[in-house]
Design a protein around this ligand. Sequence first.
Ligand SMILES: N[C@@H](CCC(=O)N[C@@H](CS)C(=O)NCC(=O)O)C(=O)O
Length: 272
Amino acid sequence: MVTWWITTQNQTNVKTANFFRLFCFDLVLLNTLTKEVVKIMKIISFKICPFVQRVTALLESKEIPYEVEYISLSNKPQWFLDISPNGQVPVLITDSGTALFESDAIVEYLDEVSEPIEHHVKPEQRAIDRAWSYMATKNYLVQCSAMRSADNQTLNERASKLGKIFQKAENALKTGPFFKGETLSNIDIAWLPLLHRANIIRSHTGYDFLDGFPKVQAWQHAIMETGLVEKSVANDFEEAFTGFYLSNQTYLGNECNCTSTLDSKCADGSCC
Ligand SMILES: N[C@@H](CCC(=O)N[C@@H](CS)C(=O)NCC(=O)O)C(=O)O
């Protein structure tokens, strides 16, 4: 009986030891795999930068996971200057650790390493789409400077420059809801920061960069409905954005041109 008990115990101990050995091995394996999986892309960002938002909107539309690290542009950290030849955001650090700069190059890289959001685009059409995208990105800073205008005349001059590209989009837009029709494309992603910012300015001040462009307004609405706008920025984006562009240093921050009766904030005067 005693011999049987000792034998059984030994067998149980061996089984238990084997079980723990396998368990520990699995844990090590899982840990290694998890470390591989959590190696995701990182975007070096400045909260209200439209070039960054174009990249994060693309990542969101492709459902690619990424991390964001914010930096101060008035006091750029040395590690950032070391990896960013132009000293600008966005920088994308790939999952293998390479730093990429210039938003156009980053967007093109993302399209090469992941599924495009629109399939079967022929090279000629892709070139046309890129040209429409560049039209938007070349005007991000025009919109930024318009929003920072200190007086009405400067705002009008800068807004009319922006109006020229909205007119081109107005002429090119067909039945919508998106630029090329039913499907979201890279063109929509490139214009998203311009349309998002115009929407915030309109809702806070009543001033509409898209006034007189009904098709662009409908397009803006469709893009706002996608949910990509909120996903592509920080939770406190609007606060940071209005703090900068609607401060008491800007015409838009000081003067409320409440023309829209649809805007409840403007209707009750609380935006002014
Ligand atoms: N051509 C660049 C423009 C990026 C850009 O202008 N980023 C601004 C913030 S929105 C920046 O980093 N400014 C800091 C600086 O120029 O020193 C791109 O497309 O990535």
